[in-house]
Design a protein around this ligand. Structure first.
Ligand code: ATP
Ligand code: MG
Ligand code: MG
Length: 553
């Protein structure tokens, strides 16, 4: 590639390729299938798949499934769908760490034979005491001196299911005095009498993350194994395994800063709590920062990818303003979403000089500067709805202050006539229930005569041809800027008003929207036809995002 490197990882890759270290690169995205992916994972997906695209290498999708009790097939399926939806395709078949369990087992035997691993009987409490802490060296386990023969025998019996969970572990023999805690004889295998979503009951011992990850990379020929900064201290251990095992290839681990967003939690465990406790309707609730939640909310893959690009790749942790993500979404929708009209708080207007039953067909561009998106037909009838906030009887308001319909004055109806408000009808409580108006003939697509000065342009929907729709109006899920970084439980910061459901009137063509189709409801916001619940009979739209950044900071 001739592009300039845009971050440190590209610099490293450029150099590796220039030095002839590799002919081409191979990256991987390695989720654990213990939940749905969130916006932080989107960052990692865009980075790993993006690098493979840029350098014409390959990126694998590999499930890091070494921990069966928290993992499920539904998560595997959801993750595959999310990656594809973001617009990426993994190289070849999906891979599973569990595909390599036989090899890992062989490699554990190899370490035992070399005197570099031993079976340890310390209880978890004892083991942690023996480990010491950062400023206090650990001490050797009494089981550390077991012979290779004894270790081979015990490890094989661990595998055969002879011992209870927690009774024994296999540990690497490295250095109990190391200043790096990860090197103090880390655990390689634990006993877990648990079936696994891929391997069933074949195994009752499972490798640790550390004993699995680098070896998975080695087996797959990963050249650049990219993970988040919290694994930096694991790198010496990663390298130790690569040096001490008969691996077919030597991968390298590189770390970058994880994505943190304000007003958002990005931890599968915490997101699962929101699901399990019914705070949201599921992992794909449109308020969730999951990829499937953002999808249902109407965020587009291109906008999410753009956002991930915009925030860059660094080696220092920071918190990104969620307004940046929202900005990327808004930009994308402004560019691409078709326009439509919906009235959220309807006030009836009767056009007294249009006969009942007459339907005039207005046309409007689907998008102001995207002629290829075509036109839409808007039936104009005697009875229409406008938004209640677009009318006032107060004739003292200046033209500048109120660019809408005022009693006795004119306004333009979007893509239709200029009308004049002649009188109002009120109910017993004095509430306006109807505005009676007249249209100015010849003003569709034409300026009115000079003495007629509309104050502005407002949206409308035919009361007889329009349709009703359910609108789901979403707000931030958390009211606190750093919901999980303070003293208090993050659940305390859930916004009790993050969802409001209302009925609205929509232009009739919107009923034919396809699920997941996004629109700008003019003057109201960006909405998307709900992926699951929207039908032509019962239209349902989700608020994706407002027109402007009104939430402030
Ligand atoms: P969680 O804490 O939410 O469970 P995780 O890191 O345990 O996240 P994995 O399934 O192991 O989740 O992650 C798969 C990949 O995504 C890893 O390489 C991980 O580093 C990366 N990743 C996870 N969260 C983020 C984030 N916030 N920003 C960038 N990358 C992330
Ligand atoms: Mg993980
Ligand atoms: Mg995790």
């Amino acid at each position: 590639t001739t592009d300039k490197p845009s971050h440190f990882l590209e610099q490293i890759i450029d150099k590796d390729l220039a030095d002839g270290k590799f002919a081409s690169i191979c990256t991987r995205f390695p989720p654990e299938p213990n939940g749905f992916l969130h916006v932080g994972h989107a960052k990692s997906i865009c980075l790993n798949f993006g690098l493979a695209e840029k350098y014409q290498g390959q990126c694998n999708l590999r499930f890091d499934d070494t921990n069966p009790e928290k993992e499920e097939q539904v998560y595997v399926d959801a993750i595959k769908e999310d990656v594809r939806w973001l617009g990426f395709q993994w190289a070849g078949e999906v891979r599973y760490a569990s595909d390599y369990f036989d090899t890992f087992y062989e490699w554990a035997l190899h370490l035992i034979r070399e005197g570099k691993a031993y079976v340890c009987d310390l209880s978890p409490e004892e083991a942690s005491e023996y480990r010491g802490w950062a400023t206090k060296p650990g001490k050797d386990s009494p089981y550390r001196t077991r012979s290779a023969e004894e270790n081979l025998d015990l490890f094989e019996r661990m595998r055969a299911g002879e011992f209870d969970e927690g009774a024994k572990v296999l540990r690497a023999k490295i250095d109990m005095a190391s200043s790096n805690m990860n090197l103090r004889d880390p655990i390689l295998y634990r006993i877990r009498k648990q079936s696994h979503h891929q391997t069933g009951d074949k195994w009752c011992i499972y490798p640790s993350y550390d004993f699995a990850h680098g070896q998975e990379d080695a087996i797959e020929g990963i050249t650049h194994s990219i993970c988040t900064l919290e694994f930096q201290d694991h790198r010496p251990l990663y390298d130790w395994f690569i040096e001490n095992l008969p691996v077919p290839h030597k991968p390298r681990q590189y770390e970058f800063a994880r994505l943190n967003l304000n007003y958002t939690v990005t931890s599968k465990r915490k997101l699962k709590k929101l699901v399990d406790e019914g705070v949201v309707s599921g992992w794909d609730d449109p308020r969730m920062p999951t990829i499937s939640g953002m999808r249902r909310r109407g965020y587009t893959p291109s906008a999410i990818r753009k956002f991930c690009d915009m925030i860059g790749v660094t080696r220092s942790d920071g918190i990104v303003d969620v307004a940046m993500l929202e900005h990327a979404i808004r930009d994308d929708l402004n560019e691409n979403a078709a326009r439509a009209m919906a009235v959220l708080d309807p006030l009836k207007v009767v056009i007294t000089n249009l006969p009942e039953g007459e339907v005039q067909e207005m046309t409007a561009a689907a998008h102001p500067n995207r002629p290829e998106l075509g036109e839409r037909v808007l039936p104009f009838t005697r009875e229409i709805y406008i938004d209640r906030s677009d009318f006032t009887e107060d004739t003292t308001l200046s033209r500048k202050k109120f660019k809408r319909l005022v009693l006795g004055e004119w306004v333009r109806l979007r893509s239709a006539y200029v009308i004049r408000a002649d009188e109002v009808v009120k109910d017993d409580d004095g509430k306006i229930v109807e505005v009676r108006a007249t249209l100015v003939p010849g003003t569709v697509g034409e300026n009115p005569p000079e003495n007629i000065r509309p104050r502005g342009v407002i949206h409308w929907v035919s009361a007889t041809q329009g349709r009703q729709a359910e609108l789901r109006i979403y707000d931030r899920l958390f009211t606190h800027e750093a919901p999980d970084r303070g003293e208090e439980d993050f659940m305390k910061h859930v916004n009790p008003e993050s969802l409001a459901v209302m009925q609205a009137w929509i232009e009739p063509g919107l009923a034919d929207a396809k699920p997941e189709q996004g629109f700008q409801f003019e003057r109201e916001g960006y909405f998307v036809a709900d992926r699951l619940d929207h039908t032509a009979e019962n239209p349902v739209f989700n608020l994706t995002i407002g027109l402007k950044d009104t939430q402030g900071k």
